[in-house]
Design a protein around this ligand. Structure first.
Ligand code: C2E
Ligand code: MG
Ligand code: MG
Length: 705
C-alpha cells in the first residue's frame, strides 16, 4: 500500500484500528501466557500431592514395621537373645522397600544390622540414634532415596535400645499419580479449549477488522476521494456525467447532491459572468471580445465557402464634445440612441443583430455579408451616415453628430481578423482626415501614410513637455522706415528620430487630434513670456504675433487662455497679436466674431493670416472685427511677374486701409518685392529678405534698443 494511503482521515482511522488491534492482541497474548503459567502450576501441584501421598504411605509402612519390630524386640533385648533378634530381623528383611534394619542397645552399640556398613558391636555415631536414646520418641530423616526411621525400644519408660528402619524411596508411586490423571487431563483439556478460544477470537477480530477496513475504503474513503477528484477536475460549464454517488441514500449521497447543486450554481454564475464579459452593458451589443470571437468563427466558415465580407468601423465624430458639454449621462444616452439607429439600418440591410458590436467609447463595428460586397457595404455606410446625422433629442436639446466610417473587405484586403480590424481602423482614420462624416474604403496605398501619421500623432503627444517643441521668431518691419516693430512666433519640432518636422506637417496632425489645444496654450504662454523680455525700439513697444489654429478658436476658451498668458507673463495686451486664418474665422462667423470681439476688447490685436488664399472676398473684413491682414506669401512671391497678383495685393491694401486696418506682407524675399509693396502703401513686412526665423535669444537681441 503506498505511503500516501495512510494520510488524512483514512490514515487516522486505519491507524487507530491497527493500534486497537495490537492492544487486543497483546491482551490475548498476556491471557495466553497467564493460562500457560496456571496450567504449569496445577500440574506441579498435582505432582507434589502425589509425592506427599507416596511419602506418607512409606512413612506409615516404616512406622508400622518399626512399631511391630520394637514391640517384639523388647523381651529379646531384656534377655540379650541375639539369635532371636537376628532371626526376627532376618524375617523382616523381605519386606518390600525395606533397605536395612539396625538394632542397637541402650548404649548405642549395634546388635544386629542388615546393612553391611554398620557392624555388630560398633557404636551408632549419627545424631539420629543419639536423639532417639536421649529424648525418646520417633525420629525420621529423608536422605537421598531413603526414609530412615529411628524409634527407641522401651520397656516401662526405660530405653533398652533403638531400632533404625531404612526404607528405599524411589519417588512418587505411579499408582498415586493415577489418582490425579483425570484432573490433569481435565486441566489440559480446559487449557486447550481456552487457547482455541483465544485463537478463534483473534482470527475473528482480524477478519472483522479487515472487512471493516475494506468496507470503509469502498463505501467511504473511495467515494470521498472520487468526489474530491471530480471537484478538482470540474470546470464550470463542463458536463461530466454525474456519478452514481448522487443516488446513494446516505451522507456521501448528500455530499454529492450538495456538490451537484453547487456545480449548477457555479455554472449559472459562470454563464452570467460570460454574459457580462461579452456584452456591452450600455447598448446590449456584443463587446470587442465577443465580436473578435464571432469574427474568427465567421472567417473560418467563409474561407471554406469563398464568400465575401465587409467590416464597417464606425466612429462618432466629435463625440467628446457631447461628454464635455452635456455630461457623461447625456453621452450615454446619445450612444444608446445611436446604437438603436445603427441596429435599424442593419435590419434594413438584412444583417444580423449579432454582427454588430460596440468597440469602445464611441466606436461601433459592423460585420456585413452580402453579394457584391463593395457596393453593398458602401450603400450601408451611406445609410448609416444619414441615420446618424439626424438630430438626436437629449435632455431637451438637439444634438447634431456625424460619423466617420472605415470599410475593409474580406478576402480582398486581408484574411485574418486582426488585420481586418486594423484595416477598418485605418480606413476610418482616412475618413476623419477626409473631413469626417463620410466613409472610406481601406486601400493599401494609404496604409503606410496613415501608419506614419498615427506614429507622428503618438510622438507628438508629450513632445512639448519633453522639450522637443520650441519657438522661433521671425522679425516684422515697418516698410516705410525699415524699423523693427515685432516678430511672429513660429513653432518648431525637433523630432528625436525624424529631425526637424515642418510645421505644415505636424500642425495639421495636432489640429486633427485636438493636441493643438494644449500645444497652442503652451505656445501662447511661452511667446508672451519671451516677448515680455523685449525692449522698446524707436518704433515703440514691440509686439509678438502668435498663430492660433481654428480649433483653438472653436473651443471657446481663447479669451481665457489669452488673458492667462498675459497675466502670467506681464505682457501688455497691445503687445500681443493673434493670427487667425480666414478659414478658422469663416467656419462659424458669428461665434468667431463674438470671441474675437471679447479678445480685442482687452487690447489684444487680431490679424487675418494667409489673407487672399481663402477667396472669401474682402466683404468679410467688414463683418469680422480684425486689426490687420497678412497678405499670403504666394501673392508676394509672384508680385513682380503676375499682374493679377499685383492687382489683388493692391486691392487688399486699399480695402484694408479704407477700413483702417493694418496690412502686413509675408514672404518678402527680394528688394523688388519690398519696393513695390512699399510703393502700394503696405504697412509692414516679414521675409527672408529681412531675416529668417531665429531662436528666442537671437530675437531678444533684435529688440535691444
Ligand atoms: P504662417 O503663419 O503663414 O507663417 C509664415 C511662414 O512663412 C513660416 O513658415 C515662415 O517661416 C515662412 N516664411 C517667412 N518668410 C519667408 C520667406 O521669405 N520665404 C518663404 N518661402 N517662407 C517664409 P513656417 O514656420 O514653416 O510655418 C508654417 C505655418 O505653420 C505657419 O504659416 C502657420 O500657419 C503654422 N504655424 C507655425 N507655428 C504655429 C503655431 O505656433 N501655431 C499654429 N496654430 N500654427 C503655426
Ligand atoms: Mg502666421
Ligand atoms: Mg501666413
Amino acid at each position: 500500500m503506498p505511503m500516501i494511503a495512510f494520510k488524512g482521515l483514512r490514515g487516522q482511522l486505519l491507524g487507530t484500528m491497527a493500534v486497537l488491534l495490537v492492544i487486543l492482541l497483546a491482551i490475548f497474548a498476556a491471557y495466553w501466557q497467564g493460562e500457560e503459567a496456571n496450567h504449569r502450576e496445577m500440574l506441579s501441584l498435582s505432582q507434589s500431592a502425589t509425592e506427599q501421598l507416596s511419602r506418607s504411605e512409606l512413612r506409615r509402612r516404616g512406622e508400622h514395621i518399626a512399631a511391630e519390630l520394637s514391640a517384639h524386640l523388647v523381651p529379646m533385648l531384656q534377655e540379650g537373645d541375639a539369635a532371636a533378634i537376628n532371626e526376627l530381623v532376618g524375617d523382616m528383611v523381605h519386606h518390600s522397600n525395606l533397605r536395612y534394619l539396625i538394632v542397637y542397645d541402650g548404649n548405642g552399640r549395634v546388635l544386629v544390622s542388615t546393612d553391611g556398613l554398620a557392624r555388630s558391636g560398633q557404636l551408632m555415631t549419627d545424631p539420629l540414634a543419639a536423639a532417639v536414646l536421649q529424648a525418646g520418641g520417633r525420629k525420621e530423616q529423608w536422605p537421598n532415596g531413603l526414609l530412615e526411621i529411628a524409634v527407641p525400644i522401651e520397656h516401662t519408660g526405660q530405653a533398652l535400645g533403638g531400632l533404625r528402619v531404612g526404607l528405599s524411596y524411589t519417588g512418587p508411586d505411579p499408582g498415586n499419580a493415577v489418582i490425579f490423571e483425570p484432573i490433569v487431563r481435565r486441566l489440559n483439556a480446559n487449557s486447550l479449549r481456552h487457547h482455541l478460544w483465544i485463537v478463534v477470537i483473534v482470527v475473528v477480530l482480524l477478519v472483522v477488522t479487515g472487512v471493516y477496513a475494506v468496507l470503509l475504503e469502498r463505501r467511504v474513503f473511495g467515494p470521498i476521494r472520487r468526489l474530491a477528484r471530480l471537484m478538482q477536475e470540474d470546470t464550470p460549464g463542463s458536463s461530466q456525467p454525474l456519478p452514481e454517488l448522487a443516488l446513494r441514500d446516505d451522507e456521501i449521497g448528500e455530499l454529492m447532491q450538495a456538490f451537484t447543486r453547487m456545480r449548477a450554481g457555479i455554472a449559472k454564475h459562470d454563464r452570467e459572468i460570460r454574459r457580462l464579459a461579452f456584452v456591452d452593458p450600455l447598448t446590449g451589443m456584443a463587446n470587442r471580445l465577443a465580436f473578435r470571437q464571432s469574427l474568427d468563427d465567421r472567417l473560418l466558415t467563409l474561407r471554406a465557402s469563398h464568400d465575401e465580407l465587409a467590416l464597417l468601423f464606425i466612429d462618432i465624430d466629435d463625440f467628446k464634445r457631447v461628454n464635455d458639454t452635456l455630461g457623461h449621462e447625456s453621452g450615454d444616452e446619445v450612444l444608446s440612441q445611436l446604437s438603436v439607429r445603427v441596429r435599424l439600418v442593419l435590419e434594413k440591410f438584412g444583417a444580423q443583430a449579432a454582427d454588430i458590436a460596440r468597440f469602445g467609447g464611441d466606436e461601433f463595428i459592423v460585420l456585413y455579408l452580402a453579394k457584391d460586397i463593395r457596393a453593398a457595404s458602401a450603400r450601408m455606410a451611406e445609410a448609416l451616415i444619414v441615420e446618424i446625422e439626424r438630430p438626436l433629442a437629449v435632455g431637451g436639446r438637439q444634438v447634431f453628430l456625424g460619423a466617420s466610417i472605415g470599410i475593409t473587405l474580406f478576402p480582398d484586403d486581408a484574411t485574418h481578423a486582426g488585420q481586418l480590424l486594423k484595416n477598418a481602423d485605418i480606413a476610418m482614420y482616412q475618413a476623419k482626415v477626409a473631413g469626417k462624416n463620410c466613409y472610406r474604403f481601406y486601400s493599401r496605398a494609404l496604409d503606410r501614410a496613415v501608419e506614419r501619421r498615427v506614429q507622428l500623432e503618438q510622438d507628438l503627444r508629450g513632445a512639448w513637455s519633453r522639450g522637443e517643441l520650441s519657438l522661433v521668431y521671425q522679425p516684422i518691419y515697418q516698410l516705410a522706415d525699415g524699423n523693427i516693430v515685432g516678430a511672429e512666433a513660429l513653432l518648431r519640432w525637433q523630432h528625436p528620430h525624424l529631425g526637424m518636422v515642418p510645421p505644415v506637417v505636424f500642425i495639421e496632425v495636432a489640429e486633427q487630434t485636438g493636441l493643438i489645444e494644449d500645444i497652442g496654450r503652451a505656445v501662447l504662454e511661452q511667446a508672451c513670456k519671451d516677448a515680455s523680455q523685449w525692449s522698446a525700439t524707436t518704433a515703440g513697444k514691440p509686439f509678438v504675433s502668435v498663430n492660433i489654429s481654428p480649433r483653438q478658436l472653436r473651443s471657446g476658451e481663447l479669451p481665457d487662455v489669452v488673458s492667462n498668458a498675459l497675466r502670467s507673463s506681464g505682457l501688455i495686451a497691445s503687445q500681443l497679436h493673434l493670427e487667425l486664418t480666414e478659414t478658422a474665422v469663416l467656419v462659424d462667423e458669428d461665434q468667431a466674431s463674438a470671441l474675437l470681439s471679447r479678445v480685442r476688447a482687452t487690447g489684444v490685436k487680431v490679424w487675418l493670416d494667409d489673407f487672399g488664399t481663402g477667396f472669401s472676398g474682402l466683404s468679410h473684413l467688414r463683418r469680422v472685427p480684425v486689426d490687420g491682414v497678412k497678405i499670403d506669401r504666394s501673392f508676394v512671391a509672384d508680385l513682380l511677374r503676375d499682374p493679377d497678383d499685383l492687382a489683388l495685393t493692391t486691392a487688399i491694401i486699399a480695402m484694408a486701409h479704407s477700413l483702417s486696418i493694418t496690412v502686413v506682407a509675408e514672404g518678402i524675399e527680394s528688394d523688388g518685392q519690398c519696393q513695390i509693396l512699399r510703393e502700394r502703401g503696405c504697412d509692414q513686412g516679414q521675409g527672408f529678405l529681412f531675416g529668417r526665423p531665429m531662436d528666442a535669444k537671437e530675437a531678444a537681441r533684435q529688440f535691444h534698443a
